[in-house]
Design a protein around this ligand. Structure first.
Ligand SMILES: [Zn+2]
Length: 169
């Protein structure tokens, strides 16, 4: 009888430990993804940009796996190339269907990395100039990201800034 009671207690403890580990895993996943309550990942033709973003996050020591994000073409005002909307469910990026095809590949990366900054990293706009003077602007989170016309030259530096923890002031 005594052995059975000990066994039962051990089994319960193992279960609790597993529950605890699962909780830690969920909390950790939340902190890495902005914690959309819905885990829906629906990227359509934009999958490759998210994959590149995830690869850059690893390279910049802030590994992120995007679990909750929807990207769709849609109708937007002419001056808005894309828009991040955060509400209930997975964050949504709407891409301007009239403007997208006229953008260069470099511009497409800038626009989507800017929106990932909002929708995945919870970043706000940062219109500061680059203190080192090396790049045109400090951050891809500039309210007018296409000012980063030097992106193709300084992409690594812009991405390092994007993934830094303390530059979204
Ligand atoms: Zn923005």
């Amino acid at each position: 009888m005594r052995l059975t009671a000990v066994l039962k207690r051990c089994i319960r403890k193992v279960c609790l430990n597993q529950l605890f580990l699962q909780l830690i895993f969920i909390l950790s996943a939340c902190s890495q993804t902005g914690c959309g309550m819905s885990g829906q990942r629906d990227l359509g033709a934009f999958e490759k940009y998210v994959t590149q973003f995830e690869e850059a996050s690893v390279k910049n020591h802030r590994p992120i796996q995007v679990i909750a994000l929807i990207i769709r073409m849609g109708s937007l005002p002419k001056q808005t190339l894309a828009l991040c909307t955060i509400g209930a469910g997975a964050p949504l990026i709407t891409v301007n269907q009239e403007r997208w095809s006229s953008l260069s590949e470099s511009q497409k990366s800038i626009v989507l990395n800017h929106e990932f900054g909002h929708c995945v990293l919870n970043k706000k706009h940062n219109d500061a100039s680059d203190p080192s003077g090396v790049r045109k602007i400090k951050s891809i989170m500039n309210a007018h990201p296409l000012l980063a016309t030097d992106y193709s030259v300084h992409a690594e530096s812009y991405l390092a800034e994007l993934f830094s923890q303390n530059s979204d002031i």
